[in-house]
Write a protein that binds this ligand. Structure first.
Ligand SMILES: [Fe+2]
Ligand SMILES: [Fe+2]
Length: 146
């Protein structure tokens, strides 16, 4: 079934997004930036869980061990922030959000199931909001680095 393959590809993308945010949050010290990325991470986890649920309905034998919840966000550590690093991390997030947005747009066009199409469009809109939030943060940080 083609849809199942499409959903598995998307599931891996969401797992990757979740892990990327955890990794980035752990490299950042500024609470307000960590908070924004934590909120985005929570949304990627929600996407992942919803996609996983659909996959498990289609394929009862699907091995979901890899996709279990694993919150590895570390405690905030005091210290001086490396804003050059933060900007580099945010640029990576910006690109990844753009890719996620495009892949949902593509997925919505590929599927013939209207329920999936609706879900993919909804998720595409979520990713678009993520992209805007990251772009805004990059703009705000660049004001401080002039
Ligand atoms: Fe997502
Ligand atoms: Fe996202």
């Amino acid at each position: 079934m083609e849809e199942l393959e499409l959903l598995k590809k998307i599931l891996d993308q969401e797992l990757g997004a979740e892990n990327r945010y955890v990794e980035h949050i752990n490299k950042i010290k500024t609470p307000i930036i960590r908070k924004l990325l934590k909120d985005l991470k929570a949304e990627e986890s929600k996407h992942k869980r919803q996609i996983l649920k659909i996959i498990k309905n289609l394929d009862r034998k699907f091995d979901d061990k890899k996709y279990a919840e694993s919150d590895k966000i570390e405690e905030e550590r005091p210290g001086t922030e490396d804003f050059i690093l933060v900007q580099a991390l945010l640029e990576t997030d910006k690109e990844a959000e753009e890719e996620a947005m495009n892949s949902y747009k593509e997925a919505a066009e590929l599927t013939n199931y209207s329920e999936l199409k609706t879900l993919f469009i909804e998720f595409k809109n979520d990713e678009e909001i993520h992209l805007k939030k990251i772009k805004n943060l990059i703009d705000q940080l660049s004001l401080f680095n002039r």
